[in-house]
Write a protein of this length. Structure first.
Length: 123
């Protein structure tokens, strides 16, 4: 696992949204998708409201690589499926950061969404 540079970690973690572009099997980037991102410990995570069947999530599975951009940071990343023992910390991070959107945040706290939790690691 590669660690985030401290300032990049903080900038991404505090940004309201993140643009995520996954790589196609030929190495080109798909159009970016704007989504929520959270920090749990020193790791960054994203989830699909639609679970593993969500289109952007499926796109991450061809090469498990892509690019994220937000808060003045653009980084190439790898996508790693989170372990179920990471879910509670990620759930708590979503509640802390996006709890002011109560009718929306609940959608990323479902079991379907949890199974799509991806850890973003810089490459």
């Amino acid at each position: 696992m590669t660690d985030w540079h401290g300032s990049d970690l903080e900038k991404i973690a505090t940004a309201e949204e993140l643009d995520l572009a996954s790589e196609r099997s030929n190495g080109t980037l798909r159009d970016p998708v704007t989504m929520w991102v959270v920090r749990s410990g020193d790791r960054l995570y994203v989830r699909s409201v639609k679970g593993t069947g969500g289109p952007w999530y499926r796109g991450t599975q061809s090469r498990h690589q892509g690019r994220v951009e937000t808060g003045g940071v653009r980084r190439d990343v790898t996508f790693h499926g989170a372990d179920p023992d990471e879910y509670p910390g990620v759930d708590a991070a979503y509640r802390r950061k996006y709890g002011h959107y109560p009718s929306i945040v609940e959608h990323v706290l479902t079991e379907r969404a949890r199974t799509s939790t991806l850890r973003l690691e810089p490459r």
